[in-house]
Design a protein. Sequence first.
Length: 265
Amino acid sequence: METQDQRPAKLHKLDKVGVSNLKTLVETRYKGRMYRFIPSIDLTIDLSGERKGIHMSRLVEAIAESIEETITAKTQEENASLEHLGKKVLAGLSQRHPFLKGQISFKADLVVKKKTPATRKNTFENHEIMVQVLYFRGGFRKKLSCEVYGNTVCPHSMQHTGKPHIQRAKATLTIETDYEREIDLEDMVDCVEESFSSPVYTLLKTEDEAWVVNRMHENPLFVEDVCRNIISGAQRFSDSRIKVKVVSEESIHRHDVVAEAESST
């Protein structure tokens, strides 16, 4: 009998056991476009109180073999998304290791090509994303998250001085839904970006900078307003559980301010 299959000294069930922060190259094809990521991967399963440990190598094998299959896939459907890869890993692992609950998450950077607002030059904007697939007794759900930067202009100082303070803000949108529900991460990013006083850009020429500054002052928002805007915009993601968190890195305080909300669609 393998050491992992022996009875432990204390018979306590464990909720999550596995590997964390495993990094490797992942390729996906979505809507005809190739995406390459080097994600941080966490894969965990539950463990019966009757077993001393899990077979860690089987988890790593499930990840490696599934990634290899997606790289050599002949059709787009075989490697369409990170959640597709996550489901493949969990389904494959269920054939080689006993567990009732499992989850895999991919944390990565999504680079989106955009145009600057005035000069229409190409700019590449980076957003942190998380894709998680949840398994329980043969069924699957998924959780998608994006972290997006924008800015806010204080309506209170605008009203009283005409010279508002401005800050960069960070918003995180998380959506939990059925596995089969298709949700575009870039659409999630758009939902968040359009909720700020103005988006921010990596590249700005003089005309673009003027556009952003004018847009900000025409659209002053509290962090509370941004949070509500995101919740409202996220209603387009039907049959989902929505979570929003917005953090404003205040320019006139030593502290940040925060707003959070949850909603079902």
